[in-house]
Design a protein around this ligand. Sequence first.
Ligand SMILES: C[S@@+](CC[C@H](N)C(=O)[O-])C[C@H]1O[C@@H](n2cnc3c(N)ncnc32)[C@H](O)[C@@H]1O
Length: 304
Amino acid sequence: MVKLGTDIQPRNYQGRTLSMRKANPAGPIYPDPCPNMPVERGPSDAGVGAWVPARKHKLIHDYLTASRHAWSKWPSRVFIDPFAGPGRIQVKGESLTREGGAVVAWRALAESAPFTRMIVGDLNPDRVAACEQRLEALGAMVTSFVGPAEETIDQMVASTPKGSLCMAYVDPYNLSLLSFSMLQKLAALKKVDLAINFSTMDLQRNADLELDATRARFDEVAPGWRSQQFAKSASKKNLSLDFFRYWYELVKGLDFKFSKELALVSNDQGNEIYRIAFFARHDFPIGLWDDVAKEPNRSFDFDR
Ligand SMILES: C[S@@+](CC[C@H](N)C(=O)[O-])C[C@H]1O[C@@H](n2cnc3c(N)ncnc32)[C@H](O)[C@@H]1O
């Protein structure tokens, strides 16, 4: 069993160890329909890690294609992406660009059960415009919002047609942006799957610092965590793990089932940076996620 922050090496999808640079990333590279529009190159603008297409986007793609028959039974199919970026990425060290998360998601179902609406948002208006145009160039019906996800989420939920099957992909740069109230609002949708990129690196580096009430960057992520027994006890040995478990329980409490396959995302140096947490309302999507995210012997140990 693997615990938070104990990753060793990047893996490919059969579980063999290999260098991420040699890994086969998320499928074919399609030309950019909007080559003059902005591209996501990560928070420092140096290019995103190879793990973004190879792990993060591949999982979204694989889950959606695995669930395509289920999607095809629903007349209204909605993808919700409150941290969408511009819909195009550039990996560090590559001269070409690749499709971003929302575009990968669109393409995954385009042939079988295309999303009837793509709802995208970002703090940056140029990125929102780029994402919208790239999706529209592929034939998607797009609704877009500019602003902090915590605020745009209300409009996103309100513009989701009633009775839709939805997938929300929540992909902030750091943990402090993963506000629990945003997840609560998404949970108002009856049929929604949540794929959430949870920055375990941010948590591990900063959990003890965020106990300080003058910082408290994680208070919106897991309300009430600082008053839990695990946060008050003298030993802070398991603080990150206990925080994570507490957060998981909060999300489960929104009437979700969850996957134990907390997909591990490591950076190019092999250090754990994210876990992709998946929640759904039924066993069937959980089973599909388990299958696509599974890596031998690497399920998260909830029963420690
Ligand atoms: C990790 S990137 C998104 C990558 C994209 N989801 C993908 O898979 O291609 C995070 C995005 O969040 C945006 N952002 C930063 N703070 C935000 C906030 N408070 N609300 C919404 N978007 C925000 C950034 O501009 C950036 O485009």
